[in-house]
Design a binder for this molecule. Structure first.
Ligand code: PLP
Length: 279
């Protein structure tokens, strides 16, 4: 099942063609997106997603997104979606047809993939893959759009296929100096003692809305939280390594590069319940 709503509020047929063949989002991946988790009819972290949509738009020099129109389009999609069924709502905003100056903008509600549901429960086997640049390049080279959630995800999807070739489910990207970055569709979080840690956005990673929510919840439950560079040694020494994202929520890593991590299912349950208690 899918529900499609254009930014002007029109509900469209999700099985029909709507995008022009010269749309720059299609031709060049020139656009941005967000994926919002909806549980019991309520979008999670919508404000943080809309903030990041605005910040990605600024990085790509796209017109400032009309926040209220996006919020209303999400609402319209959810009015047309059965509240008891969890869904992922994509907000898609492209530069539009070539030369038109008219962005393409729509919201698409979709089912959560079975694979994601399985990974939430069982955890993920991860491989580390190099991303090829240093953690300092993001500030020096803004045209690389690091930290923008752009539609150019072909590299991220290729990394996931590489993981599959290596009999793994997911990836942790490493910078040229070996420091930990992020997953192709997730943020890396580790727990050690009563502290949660995640790498800073200035390393060229996407600032995660799930990580931000989890850190808020953890702080309220008496944990300390740190945003600081992480190394592979930090990951090996952690009590639990997590990949967190809107759709997968808080998922534990069960192995890295074929090496099993100690069973951390109790700690994972505790952190997942901190995350769930936010909503
Ligand atoms: N990093 C990347 C590259 C992502 O694509 C995503 C989400 O898809 C995340 C991190 C996690 O972000 P969020 O928690 O906002 O879903």
């Amino acid at each position: 099942m899918r529900v499609l709503v254009f930014l002007d509020g029109t509900v469209g047929d999700p099985e029909a063609a709507h995008i022009r063949v010269d749309d720059l989002g299609l031709l060049r991946g020139d656009g941005i997106f967000e994926t919002v988790l909806v549980v019991d009819g309520k979008p999670r972290e919508l404000d943080r997603h809309l903030d990041r949509l605005a910040s990605s738009a600024a990085k790509l020099d796209l017109p400032v997104p009309d926040r209220e129109a996006w919020r209303q389009a999400v609402h319209t999609a959810l009015v047309n979606w059965p509240a008891e069924r969890e869904c992922a709502v994509k907000l898609v905003y492209t530069r539009g047809p070539e030369g038109s100056g008219e962005p393409t903008a729509f919201v698409l509600a979709q089912e959560i993939a079975d694979k994601v549901l399985r990974q939430r429960a069982a955890g993920v086997a991860v491989v580390t893959l190099e991303r090829g640049f240093g953690p300092e390049v993001a500030e020096r080279a803004p045209w690389l759009l690091l930290g923008a959630k752009s539609l150019s995800y072909a590299v991220n999807m290729a990394a996931l296929r590489e993981a599959e070739r290596r009999d793994a489910d997911d990836v942790i990207f490493l910078a040229a100096d070996g420091s930990v970055l992020e997953g192709p569709t997730s943020t890396v979080v580790i727990a050690q003692g009563e502290t949660l840690r995640t790498p800073p956005a200035r390393t060229g990673i996407l600032p995660g809305t799930t990580q931000a929510g989890l850190f808020d919840g953890a702080e309220s439950s008496g944990w300390s939280v740190k945003v600081e560079p992480l190394t592979m040694d930090d990951l090996r020494a952690a009590d639990v390594v997590l990949l967190v994202s809107s759709v997968r929520k808080v998922t534990r890593v069960v192995s890295i590069d074929g090496e099993a991590l100690p069973d951390a299912s109790g700690l994972h349950r505790q952190l997942l319940s901190i995350y769930e208690s936010l909503y």
